[in-house]
Design a protein around this ligand. Structure first.
Ligand code: 5GP
Ligand code: ZN
Length: 123
C-alpha cells in the first residue's frame, strides 16, 4: 500500500529492528517504546484495521497472537510461575482500532509490552 509506513517497514524500504519474520508476519521494536520491551507484530499484507477483518482472517490473526508468547519468552517478559504457584513477569497485548481505539498507524498491528513497571499510559 502506497504511503503506509508499516508496508514500507515490511518491504525493508524503511529500517526497523526486526525481531521475527516469516512469510506472513513481521515483528519489530516500536520506535517510541511505552514499556521496557515494546514490540509490534504486523501482517506483511496491508490490512488497515481490525475492523477490516472477518472469518477469512482468523488464521492470520491467530498466528499474530500466537507469536506473542514466543516473543515474550525471547525477550524475557514471559509469565513466570514458581513452585508455590506465584506468578511474576508477564506482558500486555493490545490492538488499537480506529480513532476511538487510539489507532495512529493504519496498518494492523499487535502491540506486545512488557518489562518492569511503570509503563507509559498503559495502566
Ligand atoms: P497505534 O497507536 O497505531 O496502535 O501505534 C502505532 C505505534 O507505531 C506507536 O507505538 C508508534 O511508536 C509506532 N511507530 C510509528 N511509526 C513507527 C516507525 O516508523 N517505526 C517503528 N518501529 N515504530 C513506529
Ligand atoms: Zn500497510
Amino acid at each position: 500500500m502506497d504511503n503506509c509506513i508499516f508496508c514500507k517497514i515490511a518491504a525493508k524500504q524503511i529500517p526497523s529492528t526486526t525481531v521475527y519474520e516469516d512469510d506472513d508476519l513481521l515483528a519489530f521494536k516500536d520506535i517510541n517504546p511505552a514499556a521496557p520491551v515494546h514490540l509490534l507484530v504486523i501482517p506483511k499484507q496491508h490490512i488497515a484495521t481490525l475492523s477490516d477483518c472477518n472469518d477469512s482472517h482468523a488464521a492470520l490473526l491467530g498466528k499474530m497472537l500466537a507469536l506473542a508468547p514466543k516473543l515474550a519468552a525471547e525477550h524475557g517478559i514471559a509469565v513466570q510461575q514458581d513452585a508455590d504457584g506465584n506468578r511474576s513477569g508477564g506482558f500486555k497485548t493490545l490492538i488499537n482500532s480506529g480513532p476511538n481505539g487510539g489507532q495512529e498507524v493504519y496498518h494492523l498491528h499487535l502491540h506486545v509490552y512488557g518489562g518492569p513497571r511503570p509503563w507509559r499510559g498503559l495502566g
